[in-house]
Ligand binder design. Structure first.
Ligand code: AMP
Length: 426
C-alpha cells in the first residue's frame, strides 16, 4: 500500500510517501506486503516547499530513499501551481518513485481544526470539505490551506480516497469541565471552547511510549510534552486525552518560540485601548513577537538562547526561566488532572534535543519519586527511557513522527472501509 501524506503549514508544505507493500528500507524491510509495521518506516519520497526564504518564490526540496535530491526555486506564490509541480516529482525526473499517479492508494491530510464534530479521522467527501471550510472561522490561517491541498489532490489523483486527520480529534474526549471557558455559556454554544492541538504528535507518542514501556496504553497515566516551535501538553489516561494546555486556539498554555501562551485576558483589553493598537497588531504581537523571542529580544530558537546564557546574558536567562516555570506548573496541573503519573514523554525539537530543559523540568518532580538519570539525559537519547532504574515515574524521549501517524490513520480508515464492505457483502 502506498500512502501519500500532505502536511500543510501557512508558509510551508511537507509531503511524503510511505510504501507498506515492498521496496521498503531499513526497519520495515521485512514487512509483508500491506502490513502496518510496528515502528515508523522511512518514507520513500519526501518533499518540502518553503515560501519564507525569498518573497514571491517557492523553494522546493525533494529527496528519495535512494539518496536522489532535487531542489528548485520557482517564482510563484500560486500554491496550486507549486504543489502540483512538487507532486509531479513522484513520477517524473530523477526523484520518480512510482510509475504514475494511480500507483497511490490513499492520501492523508493533516487538517488543523475539526471542531467538536470530528472525533476521529474522516474519509473526505463534500460534507467533510464543507465542515473544514466552515471551521476556517476558528483556524483562518490553516484550514484554508488544508482545503487547497485537498482540492489539488482531487485534481491530480481523481478517485483516490483522501483522509482528513484532524489535529483536534485526539482531544475530542475532553470533558465539559475541561473544555468550557468561564464566560457566558452562549459563547460555548457558539463553539468558543477548548479544543487542543498537536493531536497527531501526542497520539503517536502515546502509542510509542506504551511500546517502549511494554505496557498496555490503557494502563498508563501519561503526560506527553510536545516542545517545538509550538508547545503543548496532553494528559492521557485509559488511552484518552483528558486534559491539554492548548485551547480554542494554539495560543493558550505554555510559552512557545514566538507565542505568548496563556496571559491575563485583562492585558488584551488594556492593549486594545491604546491608540496605536488594533486587532491585527495584537494578533502579530501575541503570535509572532512574544514567547522566547519576546522576552529575550534575541531569538525564538532555544539554541542561541542557551549559548547566550553561558555568556552571561540575563535576558535570555529570564526567557528560559519563564519557559521552564510555565512548563513545570502546567505539568503539575496535568498530574492533578490525572491523579498520578506513570510516565512523562518529551518530544519535538526542544523536547528531543534540549537536555537542560528536561533536567530543569524534572528537577521539581522528585517529590513524585521521579528521578532522571543525568548521564542518560545528556547522551542524545531517542526513543528510550532516561529515568533511573528506581524512579517511580518513567521519563521517555520520543522522536515524534506526525507524518507516520497520519499514514497510520489512513491505513486504519482503509481497513475500516474494507470491513464495512465485507459486512455489506456477507
Ligand atoms: P520543531 O518545531 O519541533 O521543529 O522544534 C523547533 C525548535 O526546537 C527550535 O526552535 C529550537 O528551539 C529547538 N531545538 C532544535 N534542536 C535543538 C537543540 N539541539 N537544542 C535545543 N533546542 C533545539
Amino acid at each position: 500500500m502506498k500512502i501519500l501524506v500532505l502536511n500543510a503549514g501557512s508558509s510551508s508544505q511537507k509531503s511524503c510517501l510511505y510504501d507498506l507493500g515492498g521496496d521498503l528500507q531499513d526497519n520495515s524491510q521485512d514487512s509483508p506486503a500491506g502490513k502496518l509495521p510496528d515502528t515508523a518506516p522511512a518514507p520513500i519520497w519526501e518533499a518540502m516547499v518553503d515560501w519564507t526564504h525569498h518573497q514571491g518564490f517557492a523553494e522546493i526540496t525533494v529527496k528519495t530513499h535512494r539518496g536522489d535530491r532535487w531542489t528548485m526555486e520557482i517564482e510563484s506564490s500560486d500554491r496550486a501551481e507549486v504543489i502540483t509541480k512538487t507532486l509531479a516529482t513522484l513520477w517524473t525526473g530523477e526523484t520518480a518513485v512510482i510509475a504514475d499517479p494511480t500507483a497511490i492508494n490513499i492520501i492523508g491530510h493533516r487538517v488543523v481544526h475539526g471542531g467538536a464534530k470530528y472525533r476521529e479521522s474522516a474519509i473526505i467527501n463534500a460534507d467533510v470539505k464543507q465542515a473544514i471550510a466552515d471551521l476556517a472561522a476558528f483556524a483562518p490561517v490553516h484550514n484554508p490551506v488544508n482545503l487547497a491541498g485537498i482540492a489539488i489532490c482531487e485534481h491530480i489523483f481523481p478517485n483516490i480516497p483522501q483522509v482528513a486527520v484532524f489535529d483536534t480529534a485526539f482531544h475530542a474526549h475532553l470533558s465539559p469541565a475541561v473544555y468550557t471557558y468561564a464566560i457566558p455559556y452562549k459563547y460555548t454554544e457558539q463553539g468558543i471552547r477548548r479544543y487542543g492541538f498537536h493531536g497527531t504528535s501526542h497520539q503517536y507518542c502515546r502509542d510509542r511510549a506504551a511500546q517502549i514501556l511494554q505496557r498496555d496504553v490503557k494502563d498508563l497515566r501519561l503526560i506527553t510534552c510536545h516542545l517545538g516551535n509550538g508547545c503543548s501538553l496532553a494528559a492521557i489516561r485509559d488511552g484518552q486525552c483528558i486534559d491539554t494546555t492548548m485551547g480554542f486556539t494554539p495560543l493558550e498554555g505554555l510559552v512557545m518560540g514566538t507565542r505568548s501562551g496563556s496571559i491575563d485576558a485583562g492585558i488584551l483589553l488594556h492593549l486594545l485601548r491604546q491608540p496605536d493598537m488594533d486587532v491585527d497588531k495584537l494578533d502579530r504581537l501575541l503570535n509572532r513577537e512574544s514567547g522566547l523571542l519576546g522576552i529575550s529580544g534575541m531569538s525564538a530558537d532555544l539554541r542561541p538562547l542557551i549559548a547566550a546564557i553561558a555568556e552571561g546574558n540575563p535576558q535570555t536567562k529570564l526567557a528560559i526561566d519563564v519557559f521552564v516555570h510555565r512548563l513545570r506548573s502546567h505539568i503539575g496541573a496535568m498530574v492533578a488532572s490525572l491523579g498520578g503519573l506513570d510516565a512523562i514523554v518529551f518530544t519535538a525539537g526542544i523536547g528531543e534535543n534540549a537536555a537542560i530543559i528536561r533536567a530543569l523540568t524534572c528537577e521539581n518532580f522528585e517529590f513524585l519519586g521521579l528521578h532522571l538519570d543525568q548521564q542518560l539525559n545528556e547522551q542524545r537519547p531517542i526513543d528510550c527511557d532516561i529515568a533511573t532504574a528506581d524512579s517511580q515515574v518513567r521519563v521517555l524521549v520520543i522522536h515524534t513522527q506526525e507524518d507516520w501517524e497520519i499514514a497510520r490513520e489512513c491505513w486504519s480508515a482503509e481497513e475500516k472501509g474494507k470491513r464495512k464492505k465485507e459486512k455489506a457483502n456477507s
